[in-house]
Design a protein around this ligand. Structure first.
Ligand code: C2E
Ligand code: CA
Ligand code: CA
Length: 461
């Protein structure tokens, strides 16, 4: 048996080893493996600690958030590995540039943050802009990096970590949107905007359970017969004081707050309750609903939608789900799973706003997408500008050859409608036929149109 002192020494060594291992694991868990900087989780606790200390000492805590320009296009053109090299180099520059008490973190993707006690915020921001604006040689190619910086400071702008992050993000967004200036502080204008948003947020959270978000409907017309074939469901917020609000006033905010799914579900259910009988009576064949790219990032989205659809009287084959290219680009595999699952149940999938983004013909070839909605921006000059007309005609031709049906959006006058008919567009939608309207008006219009002879648009001769 070994003497007791030896066993104790071994035990102590083992404990020290375990402690070192634990420390290493802890450090790794707090480190971003690509850049060696602090990761998002450790950044948040580091920020809170510094705020705590500044509260006691009366110091300043400035939070700088940084977002690189054109990072995605670098990734796409030179590959992910080149992107990783650039991120690592930027991380190194930020670390070299930082003072000993500053916290430098990678928050994810091409987003970084620096927490600083430097009271000269403008000077520190300029230095950050310089640090990220550099030339790099990657795979023998010279790549210029650059980016924008947003900053908010304690105690001047915010008193806690959550507000500080929110305000710095708002300032960053402002810096990005006003091209010339590369950094932006949280100023009085942004403060007023944040107050407006805060009010809107409280009101929106209340509006959903209160049933203030309601479905409106805009008819979709069959180009050849001129008859209504379906409706698109468009959300409206009946605000108690501000009156009727269109989606632009609340959808982006709802997406940001993670409320869009609840809104889309509520609108879907209310829309089905109104429109299922219209389909049942043969007044229309399809009901087209918008879903946010945010809904679609939920892997359970299609399964849940199919479940909810089963609880309504709307047949699956009468439902179209409108998705945008933004989502296809975000996660092609998830997109495929959702679209295939929906298509297997007979639900139609339409690609919305086609012509505004990459106009991904590959997606049309490889995914069971049955409908494309040509964006209003393309339709605007159709029939007037020969080049636009030619482009739209060739898009219609390409889609037709893939067996995809086309709906033109934003048709506002007869010349556009006539051109689209001659170019073989299947369906049309727009103010020329009708504006979006509440359910009771939509129903009255559908009934009137169904009573013969009342085509909305002269049938093809
Ligand atoms: P969208 O899906 O592209 O919908 C078509 C928009 O164009 C609607 O705007 C419609 O009112 C408008 N519009 C239709 N015909 C014409 C026309 O001839 N001329 C012009 N100038 N505009 C026309 P709205 O209702 O303001 O909706 C805006 C966007 O908000 C929608 O664009 C859609 O992306 C989103 N949205 C609407 N409802 C919902 C919803 O329930 N959920 C989600 N996630 N998004 C929705
Ligand atoms: Ca749509
Ligand atoms: Ca659209």
């Amino acid at each position: 048996m070994p003497p007791l002192s030896k066993s104790l020494a071994e035990l102590a060594a083992r404990v020290a080893e375990l402690e070192a291992e634990r420390e290493m694991t802890l450090r790794l868990a707090q480190t971003d493996s690509l850049t060696g900087l602090v990761n998002r989780g450790a950044f948040t606790s580091g920020l809170c600690e510094r705020l705590e200390a500044a509260r006691e000492s009366g110091g300043v805590v400035a939070l700088f958030v940084i977002d690189l320009d054109r990072f995605k296009s670098l990734n796409d053109s030179l590959g992910h590995h080149a992107g990783d090299i650039l991120l690592a180099e930027i991380g190194q520059r930020l670390r070299d540039d930082a003072g000993p008490d500053e916290l430098v973190a990678r928050l994810g993707g091409d987003e970084f943050a620096v927490v600083s006690g430097d009271p000269d915020i403008a000077r520190r921001a300029e230095r950050l802009v310089n640090a990220i604006s550099q030339h790099h040689v990657i795979y023998g190619r010279t790549v210029a990096s650059g980016g924008s910086v947003g900053v908010a400071a304690f105690p001047r702008d915010a008193s806690d970590a959550a507000d500080l992050q929110r305000y710095a993000d708002m300032a960053l967004y402002r810096a990005k949107s006003c091209g010339g200036r590369r950094w932006h502080g949280f100023d009085a204008e942004l403060h007023a905007e944040s107050e407006r948003r805060r009010t809107l947020e409280t009101e929106l959270r209340r509006a959903i359970p209160a049933g203030e978000i309601e479905p409106w409907f805009q008819p979709i017309v069959d180009t050849m017969t001129g008859r209504f074939v379906g409706v698109e469901v468009l959300a409206r917020w009946r605000h108690p004081e501000k009156g009727l609000l269109s989606p632009a006033a609340f959808v982006p905010m709802a997406e940001e707050l993670g409320l869009i799914r609840t809104i889309d579900e509520a609108v879907f259910e209310a829309a089905c309750a109104h429109a299922a009988p219209w389909v049942g009576e043969g007044l229309i064949e399809l009901v087209s609903c918008n879903v946010s790219p945010r809904d679609l990032l939920d892997p359970g989205f299609s399964r849940k939608l199919i479940g909810r659809l089963a609880g309504t009287d709307l047949p699956a084959t009468a439902l179209t789900v409108e998705i945008t290219e933004t989502f296809l680009l975000q996660d092609m595999n998830l997109a495929r799973r959702h679209i295939e699952r929906l298509a297997a149940r007979g639900v139609n999938v339409a690609l919305d706003d086609f012509g505004t983004g990459y106009s991904n013909l590959r997606a049309l070839m490889h995914l069971p997408i049955q409908t494309v909605k040509l964006d209003r921006s393309l339709i605007d000059d159709v029939g007037r500008d020969p080049r636009v007309s030619k482009l739209v005609a060739s898009m219609l031709h390409a889609a037709r050859s893939l067996g995809v049906r086309i709906t033109a959006e934003g048709v506002e006058d007869e010349s556009q409608a006539l051109f689209l008919r001659s170019a073989g567009c299947d369906r049309m939608q727009g103010y020329f036929f009708a504006r979006p309207m509440p359910a009771d008006q939509m129903e009255a219009m559908l009934r009137e149109a169904a009573a013969p002879p009342a085509p909305r648009f002269a049938a093809a001769g």
